[in-house]
Design a protein around this ligand. Structure first.
Ligand SMILES: *Cc1c(COP(=O)(O)O)cnc(C)c1O
Length: 382
């Protein structure tokens, strides 16, 4: 039986009546851009992640972009980020004219290694963008200390980690800016593109609001050059309905993760840390750092010979994905920055070994068994 990587239809069926009613209300009001629905969602999302202000924007990418713009980052500035992330993290830095400075990851968590960030700071460094990858927060405390020491802006890329937390607090609420994406496949997904910036500072919030509407205040007077980064009322209406279910969906993702762990431990050799090289017959499971709430946006395992496993899973009809096959410092568009292969070995190795298995909330126990069967069959075929 094939298992899809993601199944958004079954989730939609479970909340269809509510979503359709919420959309109907927006159509009746004929208020499609910003307005009360967006404002309500901004308040609810900011409260959900422990921030004071929420500014609804057009996507997670634009959340990052408008945060950088609001911090006044541009040509001549350097912004330190992880090389192992979705492209948008680095793309936003380049789009404001700044230079991305890529730092390697902690191989256990796939997040920025704070010990490597300090040596990357130069007199031109203006900001840090830690990414909370796959649903688990990066180690923010040392990064915040470093940021304070050098007066750097901290922009959390929390696009994959709404609801995640560490002992210090929820993802998105700790830096100067927290960026979220509601791309349909994210843990809280809209019916199209949508995003949010959260922050605790009123002046930053006002500047973000201004910038998302072409830098205007009042209307048609432009102290700043912004853009059209607005959130649609229809997206806000859908997302407000879905936010009420997010904790229940997250609990199911966590239960699925726990079940994968059990199944793999029963059936094959599980490597507990990231030994180099991994044995061809073992699998490395996601590491949960102590004191963190992991929301399992993805369940990412590591194997040696990942591309062969991909082919095997494709033949068996098991959905899977590779996040991400090429680290950012080696992307063709960044070759001019002069990074060579072997420069960020942990990111490069992760790119060669990772594979994400289905983890969505509606995934059944039988489906998980199918997935594990297929992976174990391949491990034992070595
Ligand atoms: C999804 C994602 C983004 C971009 O969000 P969009 O809404 O697709 O623009 C940025 N960073 C990370 C880590 C993401 O996963």
């Amino acid at each position: 039986m094939p298992v899809p990587f993601l199944d958004l239809s079954s989730q939609y069926q479970s909340i269809r009546a509510e979503v359709e009613e919420a959309m109907e209300d927006v159509f009746r009001s004929q208020r499609f851009i910003l307005g009360p629905e967006v404002e309500a969602f901004e308040r609810e999302l900011a409260a959900y992640c422990g921030a004071d202000y929420g500014i609804g924007v057009s996507s997670g990418t634009d959340a990052l972009l408008v945060s950088l713009m609001s911090a006044g980052i541009g040509a001549g500035d350097e912004v330190i980020t992880s090389s192992f992330s979705f492209f948008a993290t680095a793309g936003a830095i380049s789009r404001v004219g700044a230079t991305p400075v890529f730092v390697d990851i902690d191989p256990a968590t796939f997040n920025l290694d704070p010990a490597l960030v300090a040596p990357a700071v130069t007199p031109r460094t203006r900001a840090l963008i830690p990414v909370h990858l796959f649903g688990q927060m990066a180690d923010l405390q040392p990064l915040q200390k470093l940021a304070e020491r050098h007066a750097l802006v901290v922009i959390e890329d929390a696009c994959q980690s709404l609801g995640a937390r560490s002992q210090e607090g929820p993802a998105g609420s700790l830096g100067h800016y927290g960026c979220f994406s509601f791309f349909p496949s994210k843990n809280l997904g809209g019916a199209g593109d949508a995003g949010m910036v959260v922050c605790r500072d009123r002046e930053r919030a006002e500047r973000l609001r201004q910038l998302r509407s072409h830098g205007a205040t009042p209307k048609y007077y432009h102290p700043l050059v912004g853009g059209n980064f607005r959130l649609d009322a229809l997206q806000a209406a859908v997302l407000r309905v879905k936010l009420r279910y997010l904790d229940a969906w997250t609990a199911r993702r966590q239960a699925n993760a726990a079940r994968y762990r059990e199944l793999f431990r029963e059936r094959c050799d599980v490597a507990e840390s990231a030994p180099a090289p991994l044995h061809r017959t073992s699998v490395m499971l996601p590491y949960e750092a102590p004191g963190r709430r992991h929301v399992y946006h993805q369940f990412v395992i590591r194997v040696r010979g990942r591309d062969a496993l991909r082919e095997h899973l494709t033949r068996r009809g098991i959905g899977h994905e590779v996040y991400y096959p090429l680290p950012l410092h080696l992307q063709p568009c960044f070759l001019t920055l002069g990074y060579r292969e072997d420069r960020l070995p942990c990111s490069e190795r992760a790119a060669a070994e990772v594979i994400a298995l289905p983890i969505y909330p509606e995934l059944s126990e039988d489906q998980q068994c199918e997935v594990v069967d297929a992976v174990v069959e391949w491990l034992h075929s070595a």
